[in-house]
Write a protein that binds this ligand. Structure first.
Ligand code: GLP
Length: 270
């Protein structure tokens, strides 16, 4: 269930909370972690996320002109019923915001198939492909206002694997901005499970803006509970949480996290 050893030095067995004044500054920290991984392991396996949050990250990674030729990627999720060509599909999102701007082999790109005839078989196959690739070295995560990671909605099993999931009304409302209206947002999705995410060697969760503050505070400082699926990351040995000041605004111990980050001893500077 827990992360395997990595070729790169990982952080300590604590969640690392990185609070920056702006989303741009928090993104720069996250981009550096990914750039370092790709330098140290050119054939790294990256888990990728969609939504507004990683947009800045993808822009920064494109700007950095990294070598993606041997990189393999697995996306967290996709809407059921949306073809890869549908403008709101996560296939389209990834193409437009990352893949068409970098030199990656599309054979190495994996996104759940929202059009699969046999969804359970397709989900099992997705898990098999992750295993065959050697597991995910680093998983990028956003967080929903309800605490979801991927599309693991509240009450998802904390041991769940890739599967079909029903979206909550809150998530469909949150994501309506990408579609014409809320009615156009699919009800179902395929998402990696929390168990799948927990097996990534490293997780990098990004959250920006005041709307995420409550979900972030519950995930970082609340009890581990399926009501806030991101709270399971407290059990992960190498998770970094990159926040702007607004997303960090409900953390009780923000001053402590800031001090820890600003005063890292040399051996911890990774
Ligand atoms: C989406 C995605 C998640 C994402 C989250 C937050 O629906 N499935 O992977 O992290 O919801 O989205 P945003 O970054 O747009 O706030």
């Amino acid at each position: 269930m827990f992360a395997r050893n990595s070729v790169i030095a990982l952080a300590t067995f604590d969640m690392e909370i990185i609070i920056q004044p702006t989303a741009e500054a928090a993104t720069t920290r996250a981009a550096r972690v990914i750039a370092r991984l790709l330098r140290e392991k050119p054939n790294a396996v990256l888990g990728l996320a969609t939504g507004s949050t990683p947009l800045l990250l993808y822009r920064e990674l494109i700007r950095m002109k990294l070598d993606w030729r041997k990189v393999t990627t697995f996306n967290l999720d996709e809407y059921v019923g949306l073809a890869p060509t549908h403008p709101q599909s996560y296939h389209s999102f990834m193409r437009e915001n990352l893949f068409q701007h970098i030199k990656i082999s599309m054979r190495n790109v994996h996104i759940p198939d929202g059009m699969a005839k046999n969804i359970p078989a397709s989900c099992e196959n997705y898990e098999r492909k992750i295993t065959a690739a050697g597991g995910i070295d680093l998983q990028v995560l956003g967080i929903g206002t309800d605490g979801h990671i991927g599309f693991n909605e509240p009450t998802s099993s904390l041991a769940s694997r890739t599967r079909i999931k029903t979206l909550t009304q809150q998530t469909r409302r949150d994501n309506a901005r990408f579609f014409g209206s809320e009615a156009d947002v699919p009800h179902h999705c395929i998402t990696m499970g929390i168990g799948t995410i927990m097996e990534a060697r490293q997780n990098l969760l990004l959250a920006f803006g005041p709307k995420k503050a409550r979900a972030v505070a519950e995930a970082v400082e609340g009890p581990i509970t399926s009501i806030n699926p991101a709270s399971m990351l407290q059990m992960h040995p190498a998770t970094k949480v990159c926040l702007d000041k607004d997303a960090a605004s409900q953390l009780q111990r923000a001053d402590y996290y800031r001090w820890v980050y600003d005063n890292k001893p040399g051996w911890q500077q990774i």
